[in-house]
Structure formats: C-alpha cells, structure tokens
Design a protein around this ligand. Structure first.
Ligand SMILES: [Zn+2]
Length: 279
C-alpha cells in the first residue's frame, strides 16, 4: 500500500461513503483522505509539472479546496493535493517524486480537521480535469499509484528478427518461464519482431523453483488459508522437469504468491522441507 509505506493513515477511502460534513449517505468521495500530522511535509506521490499552487479559487476546477497543489504527470493525469496548510511549489515548476509540495492542513471549505485530500483526476484540462460527476472525473488513487510504480519498475525489450525467447531471457538474466508468466505468452516458440516483452527488472525479484521429483503440488486461492481442503488446484513439476515462478509476494512464513498459467494468482506452501527453493 503506497500510502501506509509513506507514513500516512487512511482516514477515508475513495468511493461511496457517508459525507462527513453533511452526514448524507452514499455520497461519492472523489479522493482519499490521508493523515500524517498537522503541518507535516507532503511529498509528491509522482513527479510532474505543477499546474496550480495556492488557494483554490472558484471556477478553476479546485474552488473550495483550500491551499491546493495540482501536478500533471506523464500520463496527463492531474494529482490534486488539497487542504494544505501551505504550499511549497509554484505553477510551472517541475517536481520529482518525493519532493515536498506543501504541508498538511485544514484549509478550504467543508474541512473537518487537518488532513490531506488526495485525488487523481483522469484529465488535467480544461479546468484541471474537473467535470461534475465525481466518479467520472477521478481514478481510484491506490490502484493508480500501484500501477504507476509497477510500470516504472518494468523494463521492456522489443523483439528483433531472429530473437528467441531463451536468448532474450539469457541476455537479461532471467528465465523463459518467468518471461512467459510475466507476459502471458501462450507459445514461447512464437514471438514476433516488434513484440514488446516485459522484463522482470527494477525491483529485485526472487524465483521459486519446484523440483521435478513432485507431481502434485497444492496451490491455494490468495484469499483463504493455505491448508488442505482449500486447494484451487495442483501443479505438476514432474511433467515439466521442474517448474519456476517469479515470487510475487510472501503473505506468511513459507507461503509465497505466484502467477500460474492454469490457476491464475495463487498461494503455495514452500517450506524448505518440501524441496522448494527460493533464490
Ligand atoms: Zn477527501
């Protein structure tokens, strides 16, 4: 979760809620409310160009937002940081991810306490992406940031004539199995020039190796306990001379999350006594 990692508490999520000000039910919250502490410095969640900095004037698209900073990212989305105590940037300035853009505050109308209201608007113009419908004008910020960061951490290789997947894997210090899985490739022998191959880069990835001695390895849905009876299916490492997967997560001790062809995203029990190796 991008916000918790940066030290924020989420006090009100994006989406339908009871309006904290009017107590009206089922109103749509077009952003996420985050709290560090009053006047805490606020870093930009993504870099970009400042489109607006200062008191949100009526008619601009951020009227009533108090002291507000709007940053346009490389996808032309508008990131809105509202109710700031003060702003630390100027219109036209380029800011990098993590740069301080202001301090947490309680400025603007309809504010119940010091917090950061953070909003990702689909468009940055006209009127800073404002349209009347709060759901239509915005994106779910947690998902947007996760996708944005994931894309930044992914390298892409463009296939050239004569390339094979195993050459590409070798050249980038990875395996065919990982490229197949990462790219959803149906037939590893069929890649075409110009095709974009995502590479496991940026974040250091770990690989799970399942030994070929096993023919029936349980995998579990990610939302239930990984115990016998809850299986989603079975992997057959024997059939493939062993199997390899990129480790996508470690939800608990000796359990990792992987993406499989047959069962999608699943959890798998990989205690060293099972013969599984992670490296
Ligand atoms: Zn809010």
């Amino acid at each position: 979760m991008p916000f918790e990692k940066l030290g924020y508490h989420i006090t009100s999520p994006y989406g339908y809620r009871t309006d904290p000000f009017t107590r009206e039910k089922n109103t749509f919250h077009d952003g996420i409310d985050l709290v560090k502490s009053h006047k805490a410095p606020i870093g930009a969640f993504v870099g970009g160009v400042v489109l607006y900095a200062g008191n949100g004037v009526s008619g601009t698209g951020v009227g009533g937002y108090g002291n507000v900073v709007v940053i346009q990212d490389k996808n032309n989305r508008a990131h809105v940081y509202a109710h700031l105590d003060s702003v630390a940037v100027q219109r036209g300035q380029a800011v990098g991810q993590g740069d301080i853009i202001g301090r947490q505050g309680a400025t603007g109308v309809r504010v119940t306490g010091s917090h950061l209201h953070y909003e990702v608007r689909k468009k940055s113009s006209p009127s800073l992406g404002w349209v009347n419908d709060p759901q239509a004008r915005t994106l779910e910020p947690t998902k947007y940031l996760n996708d944005y960061y994931a894309a930044e951490n992914t390298n892409v290789y463009v296939v050239r004539t004569g390339d094979t997947l195993s050459q590409i894997a070798k050249a980038h210090n990875t395996t065919v199995a990982i490229l197949v899985q990462l790219n959803g490739i149906k037939n590893p022998n069929l890649i075409i020039p110009g095709q974009k191959i995502k590479l496991p880069g940026g974040k250091k990835t770990q690989t799970l190796y399942l030994p070929k001695s096993e023919s029936s390895w349980r995998v579990y849905p990610t939302n239930v306990a990984p115990v016998i009876g809850n299986e989603k299916g079975f992997l057959n490492p024997k059939k493939f001379g062993g199997l390899q997967y990129e480790v996508l997560g470690k939800p608990q001790a000796h359990v990792v999350t992987i993406q499989t062809q047959d069962f999608g995203r699943v959890n798998i029990y990989v205690h060293p006594s099972t013969g599984a190796v992670i490296k």
